[in-house]
Design a protein around this ligand. Structure first.
Ligand SMILES: Nc1ncnc2c1ncn2[C@@H]1O[C@H](COP(=O)(O)OP(=O)(O)O)[C@@H](O)[C@H]1O
Ligand SMILES: [Mg+2]
Length: 301
């Protein structure tokens, strides 16, 4: 079956003063797939999300979602077109229950004003019933069906992340963007989260885009991975292709040495050391060639 792009970004650039956080990025989100963007800290991943969701406006380039230009739209307008997201840092109302957190997000979207809420007008009651049903549906879908009335700050960390995902699902998106959704999770929570991402795609048909710092996490479930480094897309392909791409290994090595590559790319200690040695060898070879070329050059004539 031919691949369809749900979102197409071309030449997207965002500068913060003298810093180019995202630099001329071309990127496609493939419909119906689990897509991932990885890269070292500071690579521009979150900024790219913010550009796609109307939080920042790109300085250059185009972003089309189902043929509609997203640049210049507000976050709620982007959401209205079918793009939902979660944030790198959990953003919940800590004192509210799980279901209240989902309903608050929906009220904003459904435009239920305070007057009709207080007066309990029929229009309110009908929408309220529907909102309540929807909230129950998404909360049980993410596995929080038995925690509807728990105060969200008392929920375990993994459940708080699930709650954010439920809130993002409540608007029936076509595309869900998850910014480091497993950050801070223990391995079990992380594995459960992966299963949920797959379920979102398989059972709801929602296209997923994950941002990850740690490639190990995405290896198992992503079908397409793009790698950002210093704001540029340096590689793209299947997890296997990307993991062994020398530019990717170098991006991770460059930041924090062997440990960085080991952590970020999920390499074994031996593989990481080997990659570091290869890189050092390549650098040494490059130096030798450039110095030995010097004396040879003029003798040509
Ligand atoms: N609002 C901002 N103002 C200034 N610099 C920013 C802002 N947001 C991000 N940056 C910078 O842009 C670069 C990319 O950041 P970010 O997109 O958060 O990276 P990542 O999510 O890949 O870790 C970093 O150098 C960061 O400090
Ligand atoms: Mg980030």
């Amino acid at each position: 079956m031919a691949e369809t792009n749900l979102l197409e970004a071309r030449g997207v650039t965002k500068r913060f003063g003298g810093l180019t956080a995202v630099s001329g990025v071309d990127y496609n989100i493939v419909k119906g797939k689990i897509n991932a963007i990885i890269g070292p800290n500071g690579a521009g991943k979150t900024t790219f999300f913010n550009l796609m969701t109307g939080i920042y406006k790109a300085d250059e380039g185009t972003i089309n979602f189902e043929g509609k230009n997203l640049i210049g739209l507000r976050p709620d307008q982007v959401n209205g077109l079918g793009v939902s997201r979660t944030f790198q840092n959990i953003r919940l109302f800590g004192n509210m229950t799980a279901i209240e957190n989902v309903l608050v997000g929906m009220h904003k979207r459904l435009n239920i004003d305070m007057v009709s809420t207080v007066l309990r007008l029929p229009v309110f009651n009908k929408q309220e019933d529907r909102a309540h049903d929807k909230a129950l549906d998404v909360l049980s879908f993410v596995g929080l069906g038995d925690k509807l009335n728990e105060i969200s700050r008392n929920l375990p960390y993994g459940d708080q992340r699930r709650l954010e995902i439920a809130r993002a699902l409540a608007s029936d998106p076509q595309l869900i963007l998850l910014d480091e959704p497993t950050a801070g999770m223990n391995p079990q929570e992380s594995a459960d989260a992966m299963a949920l991402f797959r379920k979102i795609r398989d059972q709801r048909g929602i296209t997923v885009l994950l941002i990850e710092h740690d490639m190990k996490v995405v290896m198992g479930i992503s079908e397409r991975i793009a790698v950002l480094d210093y704001g540029k897309k340096i590689a793209e392909g299947s997890p296997e292709e990307v993991r062994h791409n020398p530019r990717v290994v170098e991006a991770y090595l460059g930041r924090s040495g062997t440990e960085g590559a080991q952590e970020g790319l999920g390499l074994s200690a031996a593989e990481a050391v080997e990659a570091a040695l290869k890189k050092a060898e390549a650098e040494a070879a490059a130096e030798i060639t450039s110095t030995s070329e010097q004396p040879n050059a003029p003798s040509k004539s």
